[in-house]
Ligand binder design. Sequence first.
Ligand code: OGA
Ligand code: NI
Length: 362
Amino acid sequence: MAPSISISITNSNSINIRDFVVNKGHGVKGLAELGLKTLPCQYIHPPQERFDTGTPEAHHNSIPLIDMSRCNDPEVAEAICKAAQKWGFFQIVNHGVPMHVLEDVKDATHRFFGLSADEKKKYSKEQSVTNNVRYGTSFTPACEKALEWKDYLSLLFVSDDEAASQWPPICRNQVMEYMKGSEIIVKKLLEMLMNGLNVKEIDETKESNLMGSKRINLNYYPICPNPDLTVGVGRHSDVSTLTILLQDDIGGLYVRNTETMKWIHVPPVSGSLVVNVGDALQIMSNGKYKSVEHRVSANGIRNRISVPIFVNPKASDIIGPLPEMLQSGEKPLYKHVLYSDYVKHFFRKAHDGKATIEFARA
Ligand code: OGA
Ligand code: NI
């Protein structure tokens, strides 16, 4: 049934659109389902931020695809460290997370967004009983000149008990399985990356800085009437240590090639996970590993989902270049910052490419 609100589709009134999508909890999914023929002006991004998907770089020039089945082979570790330096992004296959776990969390994502607006709104900023569970739309609607064509559910993992009692029942078990199922590979990747920096032992402090907390987002990018005028997610880098992203078979994630500055498509590979370096690891590695700009296009034909796990420092951790990085007299590029301050800074503004990390510049 169509939502019973007075919304002028051809001549979209700015207050009504925002109210419908953001405040009433319909999200862009609800907007898309009204059958809009044209994109509301609130979603139109400036030309320089739009996608020119007509001229992608040649297929061979994409992020590395790394087979983790021989994960004790030094060549695999080298490929990972190299990819983290050059691209900040790579994909992994044979990573040990069972296929059914990946399929189940994708299904669970579709189920959550298939709930009514009223059901989803129970997890909105206004109604959620905990700050650790948040349903929303766009990135920071209050600060954005143009909204992003995306809805999300964001889950900060605090404990098994809290997840069991607070996460939406319609998806919580599948999200937990995915989170637990990826723990081994996350640890392995961080060990390899630390080894590549000559950090041989991950003590308690380092372990907390590298993976002291976890956030999982379920992202929903509904079909968009004018995908060429808007974005699914604007240019940004993640504030994580590492992000592990599951995407479906639709595509739309683009990564900046830091040498040519061109945008490279991350092709969906069945059963793979996309891994990227976040700002926290760029800071800790004193710039050796790159947290690279990326963005997501909107799609005119299919509804897309993705499920990133953000592996983060603990909020109360102070992060900065690791002592091992400075032993041979290298100058620190970043100062020490309280991680929660860094994250607050990220969420105080609209997406703005690589600008966030300047907050930690030495
Ligand atoms: C993100 C992100 C990419 C995607 O959530 O930070 O970059 O493909 N998502 O959804
Ligand atoms: Ni991202």
